[in-house]
Design a protein around this ligand. Structure first.
Ligand SMILES: NC(=O)c1ccc[n+]([C@@H]2O[C@H](COP(=O)([O-])OP(=O)(O)OC[C@H]3O[C@@H](n4cnc5c(N)ncnc54)[C@H](O)[C@@H]3O)[C@@H](O)[C@H]2O)c1
Length: 375
């Protein structure tokens, strides 16, 4: 079978997909990278031997699929350009940065025969996969509360060595609300098998680095379609050790808590199974619940090995013609709460509805679109 030819847009983050791809080299190969910055192009080619191109259109001429790993405001324009040519897309997070982009993406996916998938790698970390399988099996009972926190002090990333603002200066810390929601929201929505219907967003004010529009800490409260409550914290500025993957969940029959610091372990409490009022290591349940296909991480894969899996699932979906695990609806369910949170923030935390993209008519026209089932 001919190998899938994959191109990458954006060299730095693009490189992090290589470990997963190498471990799947019988199915796919990287054909080229598009990167506008000359130095980044040269570094990528020197390290990987892969040709680096100066123009995105040239990349699309050479590939069957593209990994969009560019700054986040480019994800939709680049995904649309690819999908319109029947080129499959694995997109970095978030899926879109505005409602207009979200509608355009949906319309294009509905009209294209190519696969679109979101590379939300935090859905693929070992603890998150185990918890997801346990939640699916019902061991936590009915889920009604969850937390997600992404605390990542990134002040040095907001300007380049000359002091000029990078894309993050506007798209991550130059806006109010939750500008980077998917790492926290994504796994929770997978576990809850649900979507967010409304958000209320407030902030701590600007104390640490007041030149930026975003508050130091931003809290997003979210109500899901099944009436569960989610509490999401984003902090890109405060002086503290990183904590990018904190989650918890509470159900009628048990609870889960991720570690908050080095040396701690992910832990669960299951009514009737765990000793009374005592936590157990989540790992006690790994053998029973961790899906076989996610047991072996690729050598060198980042984000605790989680970067192995989005690209593998994407390649399988394209080759086997199966639905990708994180399709356009999942992608928008994870991204829209952040987009809408800005409006809530400016109304002092008023509850604002999060649109259901399944009900948008973008791209449907007079013929039925390729609807995904409602979660
Ligand atoms: N899933 C994750 O864990 C994770 C981690 C890091 C970054 N990201 C996402 O990956 C994307 C890139 O982040 P990064 O950390 O590599 O940023 P970065 O600032 O380190 O690098 C961005 C690169 O993109 C290049 N670029 C600029 N415009 C481009 C365009 N139109 N097309 C292609 N490349 C372009 C720049 O020259 C630069 O080399 C962002 O969307 C970010 O949100 C995700």
């Amino acid at each position: 079978m001919p190998k899938l030819k994959i191109g990458v847009a954006g060299a730095p983050r693009g490189a992090s997909f290589l470990a997963g791809m190498h471990s799947y080299q019988d199915r796919a190969e990287i054909a080229a990278v598009y990167e506008p910055d000359r130095r980044a192009r040269e570094e990528f080619t020197a390290e990987t031997g892969v040709p680096a191109l100066e123009h995105y259109a040239e990349l699309l001429e050479r590939v069957d699929a593209v990994i969009v790993a560019s700054p986040q405001h480019h994800h939709v324009p680049q995904a649309v350009a690819a999908l319109e040519r029947g080129i499959h897309v694995l997109s970095e997070v978030p899926a879109a940065v505005s409602l207009e982009q979200a509608r355009q993406l949906l319309a294009t996916v509905r009209c294209s025969d190519a696969v679109y998938m979101l590379a939300e790698n935090y859905c693929y970390s070992r603890p998150n996969l185990i918890v997801g399988a346990m939640a699916k099996a019902g061991v936590f009972g009915e889920l009604y509360f969850g937390e997600g926190e992404y605390l990542h002090e990134m002040k040095s990333w907001h300007t380049d060595p000359t002091g000029a603002p990078t894309w993050r200066h506007f798209w991550q810390v130059g806006r109010s609300g939750n500008s980077y929601p998917t790492h926290s929201v994504g796994p929770l929505l997978q576990w809850f098998n649900d979507r967010i219907v409304a958000v209320s967003c407030v902030g701590s004010g600007r104390h640490t680095d007041p030149e930026h529009e975003i508050d130091d800490t931003v809290i997003l409260l979210a109500r899901t379609s099944h009436q569960a409550l989610l509490n999401i914290r984003l902090d890109l500025l405060s002086n503290r050790p990183h904590l990018m993957d904190y989650y918890s969940l509470q159900g009628t029959a048990g609870a889960y808590e991720a570690p908050r610091a080095d040396g701690q372990e992910p832990r669960v409490y299951l009514l009737g199974k765990s000793p009374a009022e005592r936590w157990q290591p989540l790992e006690d349940y790994a053998d029973e619940f961790l899906p076989q296909r996610y047991r072996e991480v690729a050598e060198g894969a980042g984000h605790w090995g989680a970067d192995t899996f989005p690209v593998r699932d994407f390649i399988d979906a394209v080759i086997e013609g199966t639905p990708p695990p994180l399709d356009v609806y999942a992608a928008l369910d994870m991204s829209l709460p952040g987009i809408v949170s800005e409006a809530s923030f400016y109304q002092g935390g008023a509850w604002v509805a999060v649109p259901n993209p399944r009900l948008w008519d973008a791209g449907v026209g007079t013929e039925p679109g390729k609807e995904a089932p409602l979660a």
